[in-house]
Design a protein around this ligand. Sequence first.
Ligand code: RIB
Length: 299
Amino acid sequence: MKVLCFGSLNIDYTYTVEHFVQKGETLSSESLQVFSGGKGLNQTVALARAGAEVYHAGAVGTDGGFLLQLMKEAGANVENVAVLDEVRSGNAIIQKDKDGDNCIILYGGANQAITREQVDRTLRQFERGDFILLQNEINELAYVMERAHEKGMKIVLNPSPMDEKIPKLPLQHVDYFLLNEVEATQILRSDLTEDINGELLAGRLLEKFPSAAIVLTLGEKGSIYIDKKEKASQPIYKVRTVDTTAAGDTFTGFFIAGLLKRGSVKEAMELAAKASAIAVSRPGAAPSIPTLAETSHFW
Ligand code: RIB
């Protein structure tokens, strides 16, 4: 089974700071590191390192050659990534504090230059039953979802970063939602009259999208899976936090790869929880993502 990740590729500029910069403040950083990142790239790398047959589609500028190289080295096919002359690669300015938490500013760059022609050309190479994994860092997302649905591909959506475009997408086509509590709450916004816990939240999402499977991540509280036949929950593996960047992307990639390889939701959740714990214990986005072998030996 092929997995196509149609998503962003970013150059991450990670500044280590004592605290996140405040309004009106000028703050010196302790260090600057440059990493390969972008939610799309990170999820592709996670899928590939977890052993899935993964294809990445997206766009970079001529400054993005090392992003393609990293995905190739991980084992992904990058033939559907356009290299554009007239625009620079997407980038992220990341502040990382002493607890390993972050705040991110995105510049879309080439990620926002996806054309319908590129979408059509890419999707022609995939078939009914192949998986397509999407996040919210490229343009033409609704078009990609409509075309992928027409082909009978399984649509996996990680609606991140959440913004006003997400509720307008054809969410009824989504087969798997992988999301956190904030994202789930915003998707359900008009249906929610009170604050509810993670389990109820996942249940409400399933009521709204009954043919989908929901994978809800709850930070320290682990994660929950629910579809119309099955429910599962998974605690986190506790590690010393170095950098949380790409932990969610690692979870997403390993969950999908685990599901495809092992067919068991419970095993896929456990694998994803282990891999994301390893990612949290290491610096950077894509470089922090473990291999399957590392994940199997870690515990
Ligand atoms: O999810 C982490 C990613 O978000 C970073 O790599 C950054 O590029 C942003 O897209």
